[in-house]
Design a protein around this ligand. Sequence first.
Ligand code: GLN
Length: 185
Amino acid sequence: MRVGLLGLQGAFLDHIAHLHRCGVTPCIVRDAQALSTVDRLIIPGGESTVMAKFLEAFGMRGPLRRRIDDGMPVWGVCAGAILLADQVDGHPGSLGGMPVAVQRNAYGRQIASDTHAIDVPLLALRAYPAIFIRAPRILSMGDAVAVHACMDNDPVFVQHGRLMATTFHPELHPGDAFHRYFIDL
Ligand code: GLN
């Protein structure tokens, strides 16, 4: 299995140890050629506007969207979730593919970043300390989107077919449950 880790910008390095513990050596993806060699992809947290710009500049936006439409499993973390969303702040998303609408930076500025205990029955996690960093809020979604976890009433871990999105950062927690789940998708 070739697990790709989009390495244009943001918190991609923190995923590597998790993937190694899952028995996988990730391929850092920085161009369309590398993208064509992987069979799944993690889009990390970071700054979605910058990542969107780099995807375009590095000639990857079209090829990545085609892989998404062809059914490649993709996990978007925070900024990655924003990139996967079909609608962002009321406008069409720059990449898209997942029928969700999100609002960026919905919980406040960087200083409002926080850890919240969430339950994730799917992964048998109770009071899992989810780390939110200037996170987006998922405002609405299509019927076929499954909600695996919420914080208060907001969906924070959703899945649509082989696309999954977390608005928090599992790579900053020592546990590997989310990475294992993604690798098995
Ligand atoms: N606020 C960032 C954005 O809008 C996302 C933050 C993150 O990935 N932790 O892109």
